[in-house]
Design a protein around this ligand. Sequence first.
Ligand code: XBP
Ligand code: MG
Length: 238
Amino acid sequence: MFDVDGTLADSERDGHRVAFNEAFADAGLVDRWGIDSYGKLLSVTGGKQRLRAHLASRGYGEAEATRLATELHRAKTQRFREMVLDGRIPLRPGVRRLVDELRQAGVRMFVATTGSRSWVEALLDHHFEASTFELTVTAAEVPRLKPHPDVYLEVLRRSGLPGQGVVAIEDSANGLLAAQAAGLRCLVVTNDYTADDHLPNADLVVDGFGPSANQISGVPAPLPGGAVTVATLTALAS
Ligand code: XBP
Ligand code: MG
């Protein structure tokens, strides 16, 4: 099962962050999220929740922060969807190869994300053939976002899969916690924003999908040519 933001797609720094800033500007607000400060804000999952936390820290009352966050998030989602449709949100290096290998090997693939369906579907449609992922669960379909396990549990429920033998592929501490709480094995592929995340007991942590990825921690697992492959995931699943 794949996470999307920071895992399948390199979407945060030059994608979501930019769209949030455009939404601030469109609303006539002076707020802007810089590259470093956005990294800290990522500890709050969910764009609307991130906006609400930011507005609360700026002194907005609860009701006003919620109202404004909802309005800004609607505008941000529209902006980000346009970026996706324009092809401005790339996959992470090595993702295309890995997904193609998994398809050829007949491995079932799913998506579990706290992102919003309107852009998630557009992004998957833009980069992958229609039947690549059997089903996609997004923020709208569950009561709680990561680090709660709800999106993962919902994929298990709808697919009928037992958790055993399923590997979650994540990029962050919040994603790892969600996968572990759902009882899944978890491969964490870190990126610039998550390289310093605390990742306790992850089954395997690597710094990229390859080639020339390095193992950071976890169980001994094959990384042929420094790449995450079907063999890597098979070893984690068993
Ligand atoms: C991703 C998120 C999302 C995105 C923004 O977390 O938390 O909020 O940052 O997307 P994960 P939305 O990778 O753990 O799923 O604005 O659509 O929420
Ligand atoms: Mg992620």
